[in-house]
Structure formats: C-alpha cells, structure tokens
Design a protein around this ligand. Structure first.
Ligand code: FAD
Ligand code: N01
Length: 536
C-alpha cells in the first residue's frame, strides 16, 4: 500500500483519477457505484479543485449557484441551500466538502499527492504512475480530471523570483496573505482580477492595478437567495436541468428571440439595459446574433463602453479601462461587483502596461518604463495555462514512447476532449475539443464523467483490453472544432481559448457548437460502438 493522508492508495487500481474537483469527485462516485476499484489523487490539501485553490478576495461563481452545482442526485440538490445567487468561494468549497462526505468519497482520495509521470506499459496493458511524494501505482485506466483552469501562468519578468515582498497567484492563494494596510500591486484584469480588485481596494493602504488588456465586465447583480425561492423552483428543477443539458451553453436561460440589427436603436437600448441588470450571463443573451454578427456585436459593445464611461469618474482612467479591438464576449465576459467604482477611490491607481510596460523586478519594486513602485504584496491575476497546462505538466508517455506534452506543442489535439490518440486507456475530462469552458462547466463535467463511466462499462462488458482515439478521427474533430469556431466571433480576439503551437499558430481549443450538440455527438459515438476509437 502507498500511504496517504486521507486514505491509503492501493498499489494497483482499475481506475486512477487525477483531481478531486467537480470532475474527480463525481467520477469517483459514479465508478465506485458501478463496482470499479478506484483511487483519486490530488496535489491539493483538500478536495474542491478550483474552489480549493482560488481563495482570493472576491472569488465567486459567475453562473447562478443553483445552476452551477451537480444535478446527478435529486436529494443532494434538494437538501443543499445556496445563500446567494452567485455563491462565494467558501460556500462552493463547503458544498464540495459536503458532497465528499455525503457520498463517503474521502476514503478513496489521497491528498497532497501529485502525479509526476505516467507511462503506458503496452505488454501489461497498464499505466505505471509515479506519485510525489514518492510511491508508484499502476492502473488499467487513468482519468485526468486535472482541470482546464488549474495550472497558474506566471510572468517571467527579470528579477521576479527575487521579489522581496509577498507574492501570490490568485489560483494558488494562501490563507496567510494579509492585505490590510499594505501597498498592494495586482497584475491582470481578467475575471480573477476584476473580482479581486474592489475587495483588495477596500482593505489595502494603496492598490496599484497593472492593466494590459481591458476586459468587458458586467454587473453580477448578486443578491441573497432565500430558502423559499429555491423551494419554489424545486418542482421545475428536473425540467430546467434537462433543458440546460440540451442547450448551447448549459444554462437555464437561452438568448432572447430576435436579431440585434432588426431592432430599432431605442428597442436595443432598452433591451440592453434590462439584460445589463440581469446578471453576468445577461448581456450576451440580449439577442441571438451577438456572437455571430460583428455589427450586432458592436451595438452591445458600445452599450457596455457607455456604461464604463458613466461608472468611472476620471475620463482618462475610463478610456484606459475601455476595451477596444475585439468583440464583446469573444474573451470571457467578467462578472463585477464594484470593479469600475474601485477606480474612483483615492487609494487605487492604474498603470497602463500598453504605454509603460513592466521591465523588471528589483527588491520590493515593480519597475515599468515609467518608474518604480514599492509594493508589500504583489498579486498575480495572470491567469492559467488553460485547457492543456495541467496535463502537459505531467510527464506522460504513451505508445511508442510518445510524450503528450511534446505532441501538444504541435497543436493541442484530443478527440471530443475525452481522449488523445496514442495514449490508450487514458481519458481527459474537459480536454481541448470539449465545450466545457464555454459552458456552465458543471453541466459539461457531468456529461463527460457519465460518458467515460459508460465507456468503461462497455469495455468491461465486451472484454475489451484497450481503447484509443483513432488519429484520423481525432484530427477531423479538431478541424471541425476550428471550423465551427470560425463561424463565430470567438477567434477574433487573442484569448486563453487559443493554444499556441511551437511555430506560433493559434489553435482554438474549446468546442463552440454547444453542449447539446456535443452531447448528441458523444451519444452517437457510443451507440455506434465507440466510433472513432480503436478497441482491441
Ligand atoms: P479543477 O477544479 O481545476 O480540479 C482539478 C484538480 O486537479 C485540482 O485540484 C488540481 O490540484 C488537481 N491536479 C492537477 N494536476 C494534478 C497532478 N499532476 N497531480 C495531482 N493533482 C493534480 N466555471 C463555470 O462554469 N462557472 C463559474 O462560475 C466558474 N468560476 C470559476 C472561477 C474561478 C476562479 C476559476 C479559476 C474557474 C472557474 N470556473 C467556472 C471553471 C472551473 O474551473 C470549473 O467550473 C470546475 O470547477 C472545474 O472542475 P474540475 O474538477 O474539472 O477541475
Ligand atoms: O485569467 P485571464 P483569469 N503581464 O487569462 C494579464 C475563469 N474564472 O484568472 O489579456 C501583464 O482571463 C492578462 O492580460 P492579457 C474564467 O473562465 C472565472 O482572470 O494577456 N499582464 C489578463 O488581463 C476566466 O476566463 C471567474 O493582455 C498579464 C490577466 O492577466 C478564467 O478563469 C473568476 C501578464 C489574465 O486574465 C481565467 O481568468 C476567475 C503579464 N505577463 C476566473 N500575463 C468568475 O468570475 C497575464 N496578464 C466565475
């Protein structure tokens, strides 16, 4: 036995799951229910994945909690009470801890344990895995539930490793970080920065925001949820959940009918105003064509720009915070609570890195071309090596010695976001080529996890030893993903949705076709005996 912190991990299992977030927890539950011998490992000190790591001030979901939660168990759904429309990180983490306890998952989870490497042993038909801290395991199947947004991206400014103050990434926040009365700098104004900036501004002596690309941010319109509200929804929940599963985005709500350019200016202004106040997912649902038609998109973008001009008092600061040059929604729309207003405070200043780039770090000073700023705490809200980062960080060797990280340098490839050709008996949850990050991710996760469990059951029932994606089918799927993406405005901006190949080519990674269409495709693949996979 390999000794663990919250349970011992056997030397061999049928299925090894890497990651104990929304994906890994449900995958463990489902496979164990179906009689598989399963172990989960996670590098974190607790379960929860994203919601364990992202403890930065202001962190919360941007899809209503009632939707951003599991649907697989009606009792779980009925017994859990969300207290806010958009739950905070501590509340989501406590929900996931509740799930771990309720389904007695902890006995098969070993925490504080990283998968360093995994090597396919063709003769034995097994994955041989190296764990850190030490230990080796083997598993017939490996499921990488490692998260699409779990590998922090760190800047490489000269001298950063010697920064003499506190330095912390939002995605690896530490409980000992105290921002009260401190001179704080924050780099990055994506979803994490937009959430953290107003909360940090409330407690810091001074906050300097380093901005490179302004984001479109819409009001969260958060509010307390009372128990009655959730109870009133209960009779419709099954239908709402099913609707979300078949929808493009995995949300309860879809776009309002109509095309933006068919409406008069007055009608549009009124509808945008209503949708602006309808929560994070609201504005993009104002019309059906906002992510397809550039002129339609411009009308929504102009509306949002007008709001920034109203909310930020100093015109120069407002100008710097105003996004230009890319369609609204083609980068993730940010959810804000007091973000723009934070720039009206005396203790917040803005450094525009497009005008004055960061040059280096010396001691506790961040030096841009305009001068130096002394900081007690440097917060990196610089995002993640998205979709591929956590997997590429593992030394994975497949058939014929192929290295996964090396293969992906030529362009991330993955059949249905679920399996990579050349790496048999290995599954990815929310991999490139899945709709995951463009959807309510929990809806996508439930589909991926259930599909993988059904696939394993099929292999067991048919006495199949190995399953691997067929390279030609995988290439065709990635090509299809690219074509569908280019029917929309998504590729019109540079964002973390795109992977960059060694020769600088951009590859749009998520599947834009929607979770309903994707589900139908996955079901058809399974019904045809796992079409596009090679079973031996
Ligand atoms: P994760 O939760 O990322 O879990 C992966 C786990 O794998 C991690 O705990 C990690 O430690 C572990 N791991 C990785 N590599 C290894 C290794 N080599 N060895 C051992 N363990 C490893 N999505 C939405 O739909 N709505 C939202 O509102 C939303 N809000 C978000 C807010 C933040 C701050 C972030 C960062 C993401 C948000 N997301 C949201 C996306 C979110 O990541 C997913 O919704 C979901 O939580 C992912 O679950 P997961 O289990 O797939 O991955
Ligand atoms: O990361 P990001 P994030 N120097 O990549 C800047 C989910 N999420 O953690 O755009 C200077 O969006 C970078 O600038 P640029 C959600 O899916 C959800 O904020 O590269 N700046 C950008 O401004 C989201 O999309 C929530 O020019 C540097 C920022 O850092 C995803 O996670 C909350 C830099 C990174 O933005 C990622 O969001 C949080 C450098 N060297 C996260 N490197 C919710 O609200 C990067 N930047 C639910």
């Amino acid at each position: 036995m390999v000794q663990g912190n919250t349970g011992d991990t056997p030397a061999h299992v049928d299925v090894l799951i890497v990651g104990a977030g929304f994906s890994g927890l449900y995958q463990l539950h489902l496979l164990r229910q179906r009689g598989w011998k399963v172990a989960v490992i996670d590098a974190a000190g607790g379960v929860g994945g994203t919601w364990y790591w992202n403890r930065y001030p202001g962190a919360r979901c941007d899809i209503p909690s009632i939707e951003y939660s599991y649907s697989f168990d009606a009792d779980l759904q009925a017994e859990w009470r969300w207290t806010e429309r958009y739950a905070t990180q501590p509340e989501i983490l406590s929900y996931l801890n509740h799930v771990a306890d309720r389904f007695d998952l902890r006995r098969d989870i070993r925490l504080n344990t990283r998968m360093d490497s995994a090597t396919w042993d063709e003769a034995a038909g097994l994955w041989r895995v190296a764990l850190n801290p030490g230990g080796a395991m083997s598993a017939r199947y490996v499921i990488l539930a490692t998260g699409a947004l779990s590998a922090p991206k760190l800047p490489d400014w000269p001298g950063i490793e010697g920064f003499s103050g506190e330095i912390v990434h939002t995605g690896a926040w530490r409980d000992d970080i105290d921002l009260r009365g401190k001179r704080v700098g924050i780099v990055g104004t994506g979803s994490s920065g937009v959430q953290a900036i107003p909360r940090i501004a409330e407690v810091a002596a001074h906050l300097t925001v380093y901005l490179r690309t302004p984001s479109f941010a819409v009001p969260a319109s958060n509010r307390p949820l009372d128990a009655g509200e959730q109870e009133a929804l209960a009779p419709q929940m099954a239908a709402l959940r099913e609707g979300a599963r078949q929808s493009p985005l995995g949300w309860f709500d879809g776009p309002r009918p109509g095309m933006a350019l068919s409406a008069s200016e007055t009608e549009r202004a009124q509808r945008y105003e209503e949708q602006w106040n309808a929560g994070t997912t609201g504005l993009l649902l104002a019309y059906e064509d906002l992510l397809i038609d550039e002129d339609a998109n411009t009308t929504a973008a102009q509306f949002a720009r007008g709001k920034i001009a109203q909310l930020v008092h100093d015109p120069d600061t407002a100008r710097r915070l105003t996004p230009t040059g890319y369609p609204i929604g083609s980068r993730r729309l940010c959810s804000e609570i007091g973000y723009y207003e934070a720039f009206n405070r005396d203790n917040v200043s803005l450094v525009d890195l497009r005008e004055t780039p960061i040059e280096r770090v010396e001691g506790n000073r961040l030096i841009t071309s305009a001068g130096a700023q002394e900081l007690d705490v440097l917060v990196l809200a610089t995002g993640f090596n998205a979709m591929t980062g956590a997997i590429a960080a593992i030394d994975i060797t497949g058939r014929d010695g192929a290295k996964l990280a090396r293969e992906w340098e030529d362009g991330p490839r993955c059949y249905l976001g679920l399996a990579v050709a050349g790496f048999p008996n290995m599954f990815t949850v929310t991999g490139p080529g899945s709709p995951s990050v463009l959807s309510n991710v929990v809806v996508s996760i439930e589909q991926h996890v259930e599909w993988i469990a059904d696939c394993l059951d099929h292999l067991r029932a048919t006495g199949t030893a190995t399953i691997a994606a067929d390279p030609a089918t995988e290439a065709a799927w990635m090509q299809h993903c690219d074509e569908v993406a280019h029917m929309t405005l998504f590729p019109r901006s540079i964002s973390w949705y795109q992977g960059r190949t060694r020769d600088g080519r951009l590859v749009f990674m998520p599947y834009v076709g929607g979770v309903g269409a994707y589900r139908a495709k996955c079901d058809a693949v399974a019904a045809a005996g796992y079409d596009g996979f090679v079973l031996t």
